[in-house]
Design a protein around this ligand. Structure first.
Ligand code: C2E
Ligand code: CA
Ligand code: CA
Length: 631
């Protein structure tokens, strides 16, 4: 017969650590996924088991003649709960490794059978007084202790399970578990050899600490209070499974994404403040450097409209200090998006079509638009991957341009359309921003340029008088060092003269882009390509910079034509600008000339070229023949 040596201090420490863990879990963001719930149950079981053991020893030490049923009951609770805990380790392992239900079943059945068998045997042993005696206020045990047998059986089974699933988790994490189990067993063996039972609870605790650290550790960025994408995905999965509804507020600042800049200290403080104070139970997620999403449980914020109003008011005030361009999208979770977890791509689809510095509230129709967006995005990806210069999905439309000096249509602008089986003809406003954001734009430019060159070659061969056709190019494309080479290769490859091609570019605000633009234009101009400045007069115009770039033709945007036709003062401004450009040897082209009144005004204001619905809507490029003179 062996006397157990028992120290209260050890178990009190175990209890303390358990409570510390509970506090830590409570303060860090957790989606209440199944594995997490199992884990918390395990921790609670250990707390109750340890309390039962503490009480047992306290009772025995103080009252050696305490009623036996009480003593046996406490001992039984202690042992059975520890068996339950081992059983839960098995369930936890299956859950966290996503073991398929079919493979999970035998393990769970085995663990449950062991739980029942050992619990019953142990409790019977205790109550029959066969495994446990009380001698002088201390517990003694004898013979084949059933608990030890059960414990060894469970640990063996768990090790077998862990080995079975070892490839289902990252190797280092798995090694962590094996290491912790080994340490626990060493502690247990040493304790047993020295006749101590006190460390039993501790050996259950060590693996729990490992689980918490490796699987459920703090996911906050401590400066921002934000969680990462994985947390967001878990939350969405959970909300879908449990029918929980969320309000989402998404804030995107492109510049931070593009430059890799991080938030300033003040901004971090502000973000923390918003995430903490404006809604109850909200959680913040950082999707990328400049993209944050706040998820707000609607059930806890029935007054979310009012709260949102206050948040936006505060945003308005604070925005004055930060002044980054932003896009904000506010909406609610829907089954359709949750099921496939498509919030991020849904939000991005909205970003693609709203202007900077707008707050957008999701409309019911946005989901349809998003489906359309997905179709287009897929099509663009495929077009870009195939790189077929004759791709039938890319259509070249064009708009003839009237030359005032010659009185003929001798130039034209190529305008792109997509042809999609499901959507029919898709217009540029629906796919150009998407192509730009996803890096497909240059592939499209190559196709439209190649097709335009081929048509031009035919027109010239057929004897039509056509000076050149202009093609639109995105400023983004100029960043690629192959840009000039690609353009020259396509023009030369199609056997036409570079002077028959013009490139339309819009201004860029970005300093680096400006320098690049200058270099690229100079290089291609050297080959004889003409350059147009597109959309002059829309928003931002830096005259100093424009004059530094060697453009040939300035295209006055339709908004200038409208303004000029509406007020005398605007007409005067337009006239002086046009005169200035003409004096500096640029040609002036007016876009969006819709009627005779527009035409008359533009002719009076230094126009060289006119383009607009008055002459023709964009037409398939083959129909251009109808506008051209034939020599
Ligand atoms: P943009 O370069 O300013 O092209 C002129 C747009 O104004 C065309 O729209 C044209 O249909 C429209 N327009 C022409 N005349 C009139 C008029 O009298 N009144 C009005 N209200 N509008 C007129 P579209 O074809 O829908 O193209 C829209 C924009 O998409 C283009 O604006 C251009 O920025 C872009 N885009 C079109 N094709 C391409 C392309 O091949 N590559 C690139 N990167 N962008 C393209
Ligand atoms: Ca254009
Ligand atoms: Ca334009």
């Amino acid at each position: 017969m062996q006397i157990e040596k028992y120290y209260f201090a050890s178990e009190i420490t175990v209890l303390g650590v358990c409570f510390v863990m509970l506090v830590l879990l409570f303060v860090s963001f957790k989606v209440r996924m199944k594995s997490f719930r199992i884990f918390v149950t395990m921790l609670s079981m250990l707390i109750v088991a340890t309390c039962a053991d503490l009480t047992l020893h306290y009772v025995i030490a103080g009252h050696p003649d305490a009623p036996r049923p009480l003593v046996y009951g406490l001992r039984s609770v202690y042992h059975v709960l520890l068996f339950c805990l081992l059983h839960h380790y098995c369930a936890y392992t299956c859950e966290v490794t996503n073991l398929p239900a079919k493979q999970r079943k035998p393990w769970i059945i085995l663990a449950t059978a062991m739980l029942i068998l050992f619990s019953v045997a142990d409790v019977v042993g205790i109550y029959s007084g066969r495994t446990m005696h009380i001698i002088d206020g201390e517990i003694a045990f004898e013979g084949s202790a059933i608990f030890s047998a059960g414990y060894i059986a469970f640990v063996t089974m768990l090790l077998a399970l862990l080995i079975r699933v070892r490839h289902r988790l990252y190797k280092r994490v798995m090694n962590g578990f094996f290491g912790v189990i080994a340490i626990s067993e060493v502690v247990l063996i040493v304790a047993r050899l020295r006749g101590q039972s006190t460390y039993t609870a501790a050996t259950f605790l060590f693996p729990l600490i490992a689980v918490m650290y490796l699987m459920h550790s703090n996911s906050y960025d401590i400066h921002l209070g934000a969680n990462d994408l994985r947390g967001l995905n878990n939350l969405i999965r959970y909300s879908d499974e449990h029918d929980k509804h969320y309000l989402f507020l998404s804030l995107y600042m492109r510049e931070l994404d593009e430059t890799g800049k991080t938030f300033s200290e003040e901004m971090r403080a502000l973000i923390r403040h918003v995430a903490e104070s404006y809604y109850r139970g909200s959680a913040l997620f950082q999707v990328s450097n400049g993209h944050m999403i706040l998820m707000v449980p609607i059930s806890r914020n029935p007054d979310y409209e009012e709260r949102t109003r206050r948040t936006l008011e505060q945003f308005d005030v604070e925005y004055e200090n930060f002044r980054y361009d932003f896009k904000m999208v506010i909406g609610q979770s829907t089954k359709e998006l949750s099921r496939k977890n498509e919030y991020i791509s849904f939000i991005r689809s909205i970003h693609a079509r709203i202007p900077e510095n707008t707050i957008y509230r999701v409309q019911p129709d946005d989901l349809n638009k998003y489906r359309k967006y997905e179709i287009i995005l897929k099509e663009l990806a495929d077009i870009a991957a195939k790189q077929d210069p004759e791709d039938r999905r890319v259509l070249v439309y064009c708009q003839p341009v009237y030359n005032i000096r010659t009185g003929k249509y001798d130039t034209a602008e190529a305008l792109m359309r997509l042809k999609n089986d499901e959507l029919g003809i898709v217009y540029p406003d629906q796919f150009i921003p998407l192509a730009e954001e996803n890096g497909y734009i240059h592939a499209l430019t190559e196709i439209i340029l190649a097709k335009t060159c081929r048509v031009l070659r035919n027109l010239v061969a057929e004897g039509y008088e056509i000076t050149r056709i202009s093609v639109n190019v995105s400023a983004l494309e100029l960043r690629d060092s192959d840009f000039c080479g690609d353009i020259s290769r396509i023009i030369d490859g199609n056997g036409i003269d570079s002077s028959r091609i013009a490139i339309e570019l819009t201004e860029s605000r970005n300093d680096n882009d400006f320098m690049l633009m200058k270099e690229r234009i100079e290089e291609l101009k050297g080959k004889g390509i003409t350059f147009y400045l597109d959309d002059f007069g829309t928003g931002y115009s830096n005259m100093e910079r424009i004059l530094e770039l060697p453009f040939d033709i300035i295209k006055f945007d339709r908004s200038m034509v409208i303004a000029g036709s509406q007020s005398k003062r605007s007409e005067q401004v337009l006239g002086s600008l046009a005169e200035l450009f003409s004096k500096l040897n640029y040609s002036v082209l007016y876009e969006g000339v819709e009627n005779e009144k527009d035409e008359q005004m533009c002719c009076d204001l230094n126009a060289s070229y006119l383009q607009g619905y008055k002459y023709s809507k964009p037409i398939p490029i083959s129909e251009l023949r109808g506008f051209l003179a034939r020599g």
